[in-house]
Design a binder for this molecule. Structure first.
Ligand code: SAH
Length: 393
């Protein structure tokens, strides 16, 4: 198909020139022969070539840039880019799961690829990636030798591209109910067909390992409150016999229990509580519970700027009650995965909660996503996960 052409408005070229991969509709002067899902060459107001990307008229971001050089975006190009992304990953020894392609942050807008043992899970977030998923699957198979590729493009953001949801086998076999993965010596069962995201929160790998170190320092009787536990990732890592996992999703808690047994952590004193975390925290505060470690890893509260205020109130409430439950000298690991909430704002919210809880705390570490989730410096939107490791007095 013929390549379209797009001209950027004068004075709106700078972010693109500096390497930002998004061209918003307001920055576009005009487009010629641009077809949804197909390539376009991007020019400045003086008709000079700037970049090449793909087009979708239905999106607020009609162009996403693939290359700032005037080279052909053919199957060899896709293969080379995928190869580079995969080569950037340094998988810790013994690990069998990681993110292989992190979309814009690996200069492949709209494409997520995660590995779970002998399965790859692909997520196509844009029309152009959706149109090329067969080609991408073929390249992934050739590059990794991993025979099974499953698609999990059942995400809401595709609506903004004028796309419906899509999930199923792209290559190889239908996946089993759960796939066992290893991360930092821990074993987890992952349901790649029904689990959240592509099945597992791979981004928390390094933070789980850090919690494991802290737990070792807390001694054998340590008590952990794992809020928004999903399949128990943090509790498995901590290895505490007294871990309380709280989540609203029953199927996640079932896997959390299975994961606890799989890792030979005595389940007698592990708890798997299906509850709303906001309510459960109030209950714990009411009965005067105390924990050595509290992990607070809520889902995304703010998908847009206009939800920031509401999200901030949610984070404040959770952190306030979490502070009240930490023993003196204990730990709080608290997160926000809302892209719209900056690191700075998050820290201010947590500070507000601390003041209201009348406690003192020290920031021991700023936390973020694991190293297989790089953030391109040219793409600040890529930094969605931020967290604080706090020692609470
Ligand atoms: N910490 C987890 C990931 C958490 S993802 C890990 O390490 O894997 C967020 C989780 O919050 C999801 O499992 C979702 O089911 C749960 N959730 C969302 N809203 C909730 C609520 N109000 N109360 C309890 N759980 C909730």
């Amino acid at each position: 198909m013929a390549e379209g052409k797009v001209w950027v408005r004068k004075n709106r070229e700078k972010p693109l020139r500096q390497g930002h991969p998004w061209l918003f509709s307001g920055a576009i002067a005009r487009a010629e022969a641009a077809q949804d899902g197909e390539l376009v060459a991007v020019y400045d107001s003086r008709d000079r070539f700037l970049a090449r990307g793909y087009w979708n008229s239905k999106s607020q971001i009609p162009v996403r840039i693939l290359s700032w050089r005037d080279d052909a975006i053919d199957s060899a190009w896709w293969r080379a880019m995928l190869k580079q992304a995969i080569a950037r990953r340094v998988l810790p020894a013994g690990d069998t799961a990681c993110r292989l392609v992190n979309a814009e942050n690996d200069y492949l807008p709209g494409l997520i690829v995660d590995r779970y043992g002998d399965w790859l899970v692909l997520q196509a977030l844009t029309r152009a990636i959706d149109a090329r998923k067969e080609q991408i699957a073929a390249a992934l198979l050739a590059l990794t030798g991993i025979p099974n590729i499953y698609e999990r493009s059942d995400v809401e953001v595709r609506q903004r591209e004028g796309l419906g949801e899509s999930a199923g086998v792209l290559r190889g076999d239908e996946p089993p109910a759960t796939i066992e993965i290893k991360q930092a010596g821990m074993r987890y069962l992952v349901d790649i067909r029904h689990g959240h995201k592509t099945g597992f929160y791979l981004d928390q790998r390094d933070n789980r390992r850090l919690l494991r170190e802290l737990a070792a320092g807390c001694g054998t009787g340590a008590r952990l409150l794992n809020l928004f536990s999903y399949t128990g990732g943090f509790a498995i890592a901590a290895g505490c016999q007294h871990a309380v996992n709280v989540d609203s999703a029953y199927s996640a808690l079932q896997l959390a229990e299975a994961n606890t047994a799989l890792n030979k952590i005595p389940t007698a004193s592990a708890e798997f509580i299906q509850a709303d975390v906001f309510d459960y925290l109030r209950h714990c505060v009411g009965v005067g519970e105390r924990f050595d470690m509290v992990v607070l890893d809520p889902p995304k509260f703010a998908a847009h700027r206009r939800q920031i205020q509401r999200a901030a109130r949610g984070y404040k409430d959770l952190n306030l009650n979490a502070f009240r439950l930490v023993k003196a000298g204990g730990w709080l690991m608290t997160f926000s995965c809302s892209g719209a909430i900056s690191r700075d704002l998050f820290q201010k919210i947590v500070f507000g909660a601390l003041v209201d809880a009348r406690r003192r705390a020290q920031v021991i570490r700023q936390l973020g996503a694991a190293s297989d989730h790089p953030v391109a410096l040219t793409f600040p939107e890529g930094e969605y996960l931020k967290g604080l490791l706090l020692r609470v007095d």
